[in-house]
Design a protein around this ligand. Structure first.
Ligand code: GDP
Length: 191
């Protein structure tokens, strides 16, 4: 079996990597408490379990996604491991990232401001062609919404980002985040 060396590598389905298959490092960014770990857990394990924290530290989780054209995308998902508390993340975190998912909580305007800060960080330190997704999480708490979809959509468009509202709790749109990224990954040129 192929191992990625991740501490929490849950994915056991490591069939041989085909030439058509893609690998992509994906980094998560956003204020603490917006649901980054829950989004990853929902995607990787299909569960909502706030008590089981995936704090991967210097490591990452890996998960494969099969696309309609039978391409397999292998994601290496990096969580901040709480380091979003600091003003800056280590350059190692951004290095080689094909995609970044910037998460805020739709009930928290502060987390939306913080998301904008992380987008600026990405524009400074990320690769120029990084795929950026703005995720408004906790969409199930719509009665408590304090960030409008319109405002977020407009911000995303201005910054060349895909915008999606999700709920890790109900699983709404979680897979879509990863599918949107997969669609946009550069395909190897066929020789
Ligand atoms: P992180 O610090 O960004 O990794 O946030 P966590 O994934 O640890 O989630 C923080 C808290 O938000 C937890 O108590 C979760 O139960 C809660 N949470 C996460 N996602 C959702 C969601 O989609 N809906 C609701 N209602 N709560 C959520």
């Amino acid at each position: 079996a192929r191992s990625t060396g991740g501490l929490n590598n849950i994915n056991n389905d490591n069939s041989a990597i085909d030439s058509k298959d893609l690998r992509a490092k994906l980094v998560l960014l956003g204020d603490s408490g917006v649901g980054k770990s829950c989004i990853v857990l929902r995607f990787v394990r299909g569960q909502f379990d706030p008590t089981s924290k995936v704090t991967v530290g210097a490591s990452f989780l890996s998960q494969t996604l099969a696309l309609e054209d039978s391409t397999i995308v292998k994601f290496e998902i990096w969580d901040t491991a709480g380091q979003e508390r600091y003003a800056a993340l280590a350059p190692l975190y951004y290095r080689g990232a094909a995609a970044a998912v910037v998460v805020y909580d739709i009930t928290s305007p502060e987390s939306f401001s913080k998301a904008q800060y992380w987008v600026k960080e990405l524009q400074k330190h990320g690769s120029p062609d990084i795929i950026m997704v703005l995720v408004g999480n906790k969409a199930d708490l719509h009665e408590n919404r304090h960030v409008s979809s319109e405002e977020a959509q407009e911000y995303a468009e201005k910054n060349n980002m895909v915008f999606i509202e999700t709920s890790a709790k109900t699983a709404d749109n979680i897979n879509q985040v990863f599918e949107e990224i997969a669609k946009r990954l550069p395909r190897p040129t066929v020789s």
